[in-house]
Design a protein around this ligand. Structure first.
Ligand code: HEM
Length: 482
């Protein structure tokens, strides 16, 4: 196992900064490359590394491909980045891959499509112990935007939802951020089935295939100060990617009342009255966990909050037919664990699954519809304003990890033997733009329960692919000369 160079790795790969509850994601465009490089150089020493645990404020930063170009990175070097990063999230064929059509089409996004706002170049990820500290931290950084040759495009604020046990919730009311992979080489340890090679999330280390994931490089002549380590293929190339990674950012708006109203409607009793218990049960089948986080596969009949943070379970032997946790539930699709064909329930199945894991670092935004996050209160309240998740995931290979999960698992109507269901929580109801796949099936005996006509509960509001450089690579980028 290789030792991770934590001092050079940006901290967001290593931890989600859950102690820093306030956060903003600041999208910038470069107006003047020379000033921007100078400004970047002044920030490098402030970038939070993965070795130290911040207690007050911290900064991480990432670039789009347009951003690297605007900063002055030459075309030959840009060509060494992965295709999906270079092409971005919005070419028409990519919208088909991701299911971004209809209400989710990039043309309707608030940012990231390049239509309504200038192209995004840089994302600053700011975290602080409280809102006051975040505001001062932002103000201090923003003071230097003008002289630093960068302009603000959008500041995406966040609002953390917590339950009485200190767990993080999302706006539908469910506990979130439980199912995470353990990165081999970091201090946290756990089940081998959930321990993933560092190279799946950090460039420059062996991945689940025992190989080094492809990494961007510069020719040695373009790094005369030797700021970067030697490349994987010898001294002619220097490694721009090592200790860095890719970040997928999607702003996902949540239609909270539409979610609960729909569930209320389909679970009503024969006399037309609501059935709160059945409503929450169906919602939990959709997620695959109860609101407390308790996995359905471990507690199919009722929520048991003491199991709320359980993450060591598999599906095939415990629940091969989906009677406990439906085969198409959100967590069973986004991380099928041991249920993948052709040999479910075997180490082979787990090995395939390990090549499609995501390190989620998202944050919720917007005030909750009801502070209690109780469905009854959410149904009664007036839904005003915007809310959702700034979905952020880190992966060394965007195509094999994020895009694969989105296309082949979440938006696949034929996933796991189903035929017209996509992910009931976040799925595209018209995959490929043809026909509808708006069913949700909860397997049961003697007959399954099939709900039809699911609307979209989540709508994409913006998004982009970013490169999260190592701290050395940030220093290199700041030193570029055109
Ligand atoms: C607004 C949109 C979304 C909501 C409300 C949502 C909600 C949830 C919830 C409640 C959980 C269970 C808690 C946990 O296991 O950590 C979960 C897990 C998960 N979600 Fe989502 N999610 C959203 C979008 C997405 C997207 C777009 C993806 C991937 C492309 C995704 C991937 C995952 C993964 C990988 C897990 C962990 C599964 C596991 O390890 O068992 N989610 N999500």
């Amino acid at each position: 196992m290789s030792t991770l160079e934590l001092q050079d790795i940006q901290g967001i790969i290593v931890r989600g900064y859950s102690n820093l509850e306030a956060a903003s994601f600041v999208l910038l465009s470069i107006q003047n490359a020379v000033s921007a490089r100078h400004w970047l150089g002044s920030l490098v020493d402030r970038i939070q590394n993965g070795h130290d645990r911040p207690s007050d404020t911290c900064l991480n930063l990432a670039f789009t491909c347009d951003g690297l170009k605007a900063l002055g990175l030459d075309q030959a070097t840009l060509d060494t980045f992965s295709t999906e990063f270079r092409e971005g999230m919005t070419p028409p064929y990519k919208s088909r891959v991701l299911g971004d059509h209809g209400d989710n089409a990039p043309a309707l996004w608030d940012w990231g499509s390049g239509i309504h706002s200038p192209s995004i170049h840089i994302m600053l990820m700011l975290y602080a112990a409280d809102e006051g500290k975040l505001i001062s931290f932002y103000d201090e950084l923003a003071n230097a935007f003008g002289s630093g040759g960068v302009a603000l495009i959008r500041k995406l604020d966040t609002f953390m939802l917590k339950d009485e046990h200190g767990g993080f919730r999302e706006h539908f009311g469910f506990r979130d951020a439980i199912g995470q992979p353990i990165v081999e080489g970091l201090s946290k340890t756990g089940s081998p089935d959930n321990t993933i090679k560092a190279g799946e999330f950090i460039l420059g280390y062996p991945n689940e295939y025992g190989l080094l994931t492809e990494t961007p490089t510069v020719s040695a002549q373009r790094d005369r100060q030797n700021l970067l380590p030697e490349g994987q293929n010898g001294p002619e190339e220097h490694d721009l990617g090592r200790n860095g990674s890719y970040v997928v950012f999607r702003q996902l708006g949540q239609k909270v009342q539409a979610f609960w109203q729909f569930l209320d409607g389909v679970t009503q009793q024969s006399d037309g009255t609501s059935d709160p218990k059945a409503r929450v049960q169906l919602a939990s089948k959709i997620v695959g966990r109860w609101p407390s986080g308790t996995p359905l596969v471990q507690a199919p009949d009722r929520d048991q909050s003491k199991l709320g943070d359980k993450n060591e379970f598999a599906y095939h032997h415990a629940d091969p037919h989906g009677f406990k946790c439906p085969l198409g539930a959100h967590i069973r699709r986004s991380n099928p664990r041991d249920s993948l064909d052709p040999q479910p329930g075997t180490p082979k199945s787990i090995a395939i699954n390990k090549t499609h894991r995501l390190l989620r670092r998202g944050r919720t935004y917007g005030k909750p519809v009801a502070d209690s996050l109780n469905p009854q209160d959410m149904l009664k309240a007036e839904e005003t304003g915007e809310r959702g998740i700034h979905f952020i995931c880190i992966s060394a290979n965007i195509a094999r990890q994020f895009e694969f999960v989105q296309q082949t698992w979440l938006n696949n109507p034929k996933f796991n033997g189903l035929y017209s269901d996509t992910d009931p929580l976040v799925g595209d109801r018209a995959p490929g733009g043809v026909g509808t796949a708006n069913a949700f099936t909860a397997q049961a005996q003697p007959v399954r329960n099939r709900v039809m006509g699911l609307p979209n509960f989540v709508v994409v509001r913006g998004g982009a692919y970013f490169f999260l450089p190592s701290i050395r690579a940030c220093r290199y980028l700041a030193s570029l000369s055109i």
